[in-house]
Design a protein around this ligand. Structure first.
Ligand SMILES: Nc1ncnc2c1ncn2[C@@H]1O[C@H](COP(=O)(O)OP(=O)(O)OP(=O)(O)O)[C@@H](O)[C@H]1O
Length: 292
């Protein structure tokens, strides 16, 4: 269950950067551990992600999901082990990575247009490629168009709705044509329709372009139909496998070392009995009538 057998659905693009002509995974993590002082977040983590694969990262608050993304981004050194992206050691500012960080909606008075936000995905870091402004404009428009947000290009981003802003941020993350898209709580505070649109857009991208996805969330249900594998973090330990392998009463009870019940109902997954101090919402929570 903690092995790294890939379940990728499509591989429309060969990964870049393999020196010997063999296909490298887009992400390779080997024997990784991360500690802050005496506190160990996780250890012994090994994982390969193939092009087009959708990995959902679950776990309670503070289990180290964002820290894992930061390690992949080259922003957080590992305590042990290695991370490589597209065949090269993880490094800050890599155009092989697109990142949508956890973020609240932008203020109405934010002095940027949607197109400016997307453009930052191309020229926002010094190591990015230099492009004449006409090519930049074309790439920005294409990225906005792909997420159905071209009409917002010249609008002040703070005036867009939460769902529209998320589309713009996905366009920013995808404009450099990354091999791996990292999303941190992308669906927070979005209604069900917006959640469906955003997850569908990401799924389209990986199917058409082979972009692998690492999706951190507290609720598996909106991404359950797209998830190839789950990485589930709890109390310094983890499990990796298909949703059917990991999201079972037996596996989660073993992971938490306490009786946990996984209930599947109407295509949704609910978890009951997560021990005190852990967040029960991370693998599904009862949906209220207002949300439906
Ligand atoms: N630079 C740092 N120094 C020390 N501790 C840190 C640092 N960054 C994060 N932490 C701690 O590491 C733990 C994991 O943080 P992280 O943000 O990765 O968790 P998470 O699983 O993403 O949580 P959430 O679901 O709440 O977003 C937290 O307890 C946090 O306080």
């Amino acid at each position: 269950m903690t092995g790294d057998t890939a379940q990728a659905v499509t591989r429309t693009r060969a990964p870049r950067g393999a020196d010997d002509g063999t296909a490298a995974p887009v992400l390779r993590i080997r024997d990784a551990a991360l500690s802050y002082g005496a506190r160990r977040l996780w250890s012994g983590l090994s994982l390969d992600l193939e092009p087009g694969e959708f990995l959902t990262v679950l776990g309670a608050n503070g289990t180290g999901k964002t820290t894992l993304l930061r390690a992949v981004l080259g922003l957080q050194p590992l305590s042990e082990g290695t991370v490589s992206v597209d065949g090269r050691p993880a490094r800050r500012g890599s155009p092989a990575l697109g990142y949508v960080p956890q973020q609240r909606p932008l203020e109405a008075r934010t002095p940027l247009r949607a197109g400016d936000i997307v453009r930052q995905g191309l020229d926002g870091h010094r190591l990015g490629p230099w492009l004449p402004s006409r090519s930049l404009r074309r790439r920005v428009e294409q990225a906005l168009d792909e997420v159905g947000a071209l009409e917002y290009a010249d609008m002040p981003v703070g005036l867009l709705s939460g769902g529209e802003q998320q589309r713009v941020r996905i366009a920013q993350a995808l404009v450099s044509d990354p091999v791996l898209l990292l999303c941190d709580e992308l669906l927070l505070s979005l209604d069900l329709n917006s959640q469906r649109t955003i997850t569908w857009l990401i799924d389209q991208r990986r199917r058409e372009r082979g972009t692998a996805v690492m999706f951190v969330t507290h609720d598996i249900n909106p991404v359950l139909p797209y998830t190839d594998r789950v990485l589930y973090l709890a109390g310094g330990r983890f499990r990796i496998g298909t949703p059917d392998d990991v999201l079972t009463s037996a596996t989660l009870s073993e992971l938490y070392d306490a009786p946990v019940e996984v209930i599947r109902s109407g295509g949704r997954i609910l978890v009951a009995g997560v021990p005190e101090g852990e967040d029960a919402s991370h693998a599904g929570r009862p949906t209220t009538s207002e949300e439906e």
